[in-house]
Ligand binder design. Structure first.
Ligand code: ADP
Ligand code: ZN
Ligand code: ZN
Length: 731
């Protein structure tokens, strides 16, 4: 008889639940395989983490251990689904991020391999069903939600059944509006960005960077190169080098759908590539995953979670735009891809290259201390200067037709349009107006889940919560006083679109934000149009600041630079500097020189004046003085724990106890605006405690202790706790 220790996902819990099962000796099974087991009234999938043998009969064994052992139904894997390196990584993460091992395993594995609460049938499916729209259908008498769904299916040329709300689809089938067909799963899911990049020989500066990284005996490098300096070209050459040694390479990009241009450049050079893409179906992800696992793909490109790619012999890990906050996961386990990269590189003795024009302060500080090696590229590859930046002070130069457009920006837009040049405009807020209130009684529309202001969206005439995606139609009547007179405050991309279209007859504008890109390959379609068709203005949120390499963009305009600057976060200056530098870097990448206009009510703020001078180093030094004074990261470490509970009193009692527990640590500073800080979301109270300390491992130790000491109490009070290690969120 074999006795198996099985990890099972059951309850949202901060601790692992271990269960014991048995199977006969003739069944071949090893640690790290998944098993299909009976569990209460369900049948679920578990993960074997230990295995021992017993010669006793079933009855004697049960009697001796005083357990009524159940037999497993089935072993799902011939071999362990994770090798030792990744399994040990999961164990490390479990400790480091104070998360159950099961959730670390789930984070590392692709969806179809997850030892999750799914039934066997879902895991074993081979064929996928896709929903297609019927021809010549009649839209009369349909609800807006149904029309929206039909449009979505139509625009995507069919959508996988499993990605759709099944109830609604059934209704559509009943009305004979859609049909379902089986689809063959192919590997060819990723629509290529149709632009061929020329093959470049590295220039001297690039060559030097490349050679330094290869020759140095350091492990981690900060590749700090200005926008357009050809960092991607250096990545490609490094890739080629390690690839030729037979080693694996992981390339991380911030948000993969935003970076089709980079992917295309890799695809042109390498054939054994796997791409792990957030919008792939589970099956598609598995195909990519298997390609990596069986050695067919040696180069992996993907977003954050691609850091867990099951490559066997890693030689190089690259993080492009390493400062991007998308590398930090804010759900448990709250890992940062940079830390996982360094951990894995250590195991393989591989190199890590952190690339950026505006590195995160954490990385820059470590590099200045010599923990990482800095490699600079100070010039653009095309030898153009960085574009001149003009700061428009909105206090005294708004144009006649709109308080959102300065006289200078107006003039530059007209010039660019007259010369058939292209323009990128950044307004980092989507929707039409972020706040709406009643002019009569002052009522403001708020999300019932989050209590945050609802944004008004003109398309569809509705309110959306940008935090939890709650949506409701606007009926133009105040729920409090029945007035029909409203005030639309603040400005989102939709309002800017309207202003541009009303005032520039030559403008052909594309808007890129979450609302226009939520279809498959949505970003790609917009970028291709901007490149090939006669669109001349690309307007969008921070999406337009990333990775775009259009040679005929000569003007970049920032409509309101104060949006990110005014965020209540000690990182707001750093994040603003980064965003403004990134978007400025989109101008003048071809032969024609570029120009940037930044509009602001804070022209004297150093984050803005130093972006205009392209002086990252001075900005870094100045901002570091501020961080030092207040002992903020990178001079200290900051982690948080958040108690979630439906009952406020239970959360508060537990919160007080944990607060007292943490307060005993001399080296900790517990801080914030008012702590414990209470906040409501989705009917749950969130109570948050922030811990600041110079001692990282002591924070970790304390949090792990809390998890054990308070385990029973957390459960009894029906609370759960999220530990956010090295948190990015001040609030
Ligand atoms: P970054 O990632 O640093 O912003 P890219 O790698 O996108 O810069 O390069 C910017 C532009 O310069 C691209 O259009 C690229 O094709 C071009 N480029 C890069 N390296 C060279 C080179 N050695 N010679 C000529 N053009 C280059
Ligand atoms: Zn009112
Ligand atoms: Zn909400």
């Amino acid at each position: 008889m074999k006795i198996l220790t099985v990890l099972i996902e059951y309850h949202i819990s901060n601790m692992d639940n271990l269960y014991f099962y048995i199977c006969n000796d003739d069944i071949s099974i090893s640690i790290g395989c998944r098993v299909y087991v009976p569990f209460g009234h369900q049948n679920i999938v578990g993960y074997v983490i230990d295995l021992r043998h017993s010669d006793l009969s079933y009855e004697n064994l049960c009697q001796k251990d005083n357990v009524n052992y159940k037999y497993i139904y089935k072993v799902l894997d011939e071999n362990p689904i994770l090798d030792n390196e990744l399994f040990n990584l999961a164990k490390y993460m479990s400790k480091e991020y104070v998360a159950p091992l099961i959730s670390c395993l789930q984070t590392i594995l692709p969806p179809t391999y997850k030892p999750a609460k799914t039934s066997l049938k879902e895991i074993k499916y081979k064929q996928l069903k896709k929903v297609y729209i019927n021809e010549n259908i009649n839209y009369d008498n349909l609800k807006p939600k149904q029309i929206e769904l039909l449009d979505k299916i139509k625009n995507n040329n069919g959508i996988l059944l499993k990605d759709l709300p099944i109830g609604q689809v059934n209704t559509l089938i009943k009305y004979n509006l859609v049909n379902i067909k089986l689809v063959k799963v192919t590997d060819d899911y990723f629509k290529d960005y149709q632009k061929k990049d020329n093959f470049h020989n590295l220039n001297d500066e690039q060559k030097k960077a490349y050679q330094t990284i290869i020759d140095s005996n350091k492990q981690v490098f900060l590749l700090q190169g200005v926008t357009g300096s050809g960092k991607t070209e250096v990545y490609l050459n490094l890739c080629e080098y390690y690839h030729s040694l037979g080693k694996g390479v992981i390339v991380l990009v911030p948000e993969i759908s935003l970076t089709p241009m980079i992917i295309q450049r890799f695809k042109q050079r390498f054939t054994d590539i796997a791409i792990l893409h957030g919008s792939l179906s589970s099956k598609e992800k598995q195909i990519q995953y298997d390609k990596i696992k069986n050695g067919q793909a040696k180069i992996v490109i993907g977003a954050r979670s691609a850091i867990f790619a099951p490559l066997k012999n890693i030689g190089l890990i690259i993080l492009d735009e390493e400062q991007s906050t998308s590398y930090k996961q804010d759900q448990s386990p709250t890992y940062h891809a940079r830390d996982i990269a360094i951990y894995r590189a250590n195991f393989f003795n591989a190199k890590v290259v952190l690339g950026s024009a505006t590195p995160s302060f954490e990385t820059k500080a470590r590099a200045m201390k010599g923990v990482y090696q800095i490699v600079y590229i100070r010039h653009r590859a095309n030898n153009q200067e960085l574009p001149p930046v003009y700061i428009a002070n909105m206090r005294n130069e708004v144009s006649e037709f709109s308080y959102m457009i300065s006289k200078t920006l107006d003039q530059e837009i007209n010039n660019a349009l007259d010369n058939n040049e292209k323009i990128i405009l950044l307004q980092n807020r989507r929707g039409y107006a972020p706040y709406v209130s009643c002019r009569n009684c002052g009522y403001t529309f708020k999300c019932p889940n989050c209590e945050l202001s609802l944004s008004y969206h003109k398309n569809g005439d509705k309110f959306k919560c940008h935090y939890c995606n709650y949506e409701i139609k606007f009926n133009h009547i105040c729920p409090k006083c029945d007035s029909q007179d409203f005030l639309f405050m603040g400005t989102g991309t939709q309002k800017i679109e309207e202003i541009i279209q009303q005032n520039y007859p030559k403008a052909k504008l594309l808007r890129m934000d979450n609302d226009t890109t939520n279809i498959k390959n949505g970003h790609l379609k917009i970028l291709e149009k901007f490149e090939k068709e006669d669109f001349n203005i690309l307007l969008g949120t921070q999406m337009v600041s990333k990775g775009l390499d259009f040679h005929d963009v000569t003007l970049v305009g920032v409509i309101n630079a104060d949006i990110s600057l005014s965020a209540a976060d000690f990182r707001s200056a750093e994040l603003s500097f980064d965003l403004l530098s990134q978007v400025s870097g989109r101008a003048g990448r071809g032969d024609k020189p570029g120009k940037v206009v930044i509009q602001t009510y804070n022209p004297e703020h150093y984050a803005i004046s130093l972006v205009a001078k392209h002086d990252y180093e001075l900005f870094y030094n100045q901002e570091m003085r501020f961080r030092h004074k207040l002992n903020y990261p990178p001079f200290s470490y900051m982690s948080s724990l958040t108690i979630l509970c439906e009952k406020a009193d239970q959360a508060c009692i537990l919160g007080d106890k944990i607060f007292d527990f943490l307060n005993k640590y001399q080296e900790f500073e517990l801080l914030g605006p008012a702590f414990p800080y209470v906040f409501k979301e989705n009917n749950k109270i969130k109570l948050r405690i922030l811990i600041k300390s110079k001692n990282h491992s002591l924070i970790n130790e304390a949090l792990n202790k809390i998890n054990v000491t308070f385990a029973k109490e957390i459960k009894e009070r029906k609370c759960s706790i999220l530990y956010d290690i090295d948190t990015y969120k001040l609030l």
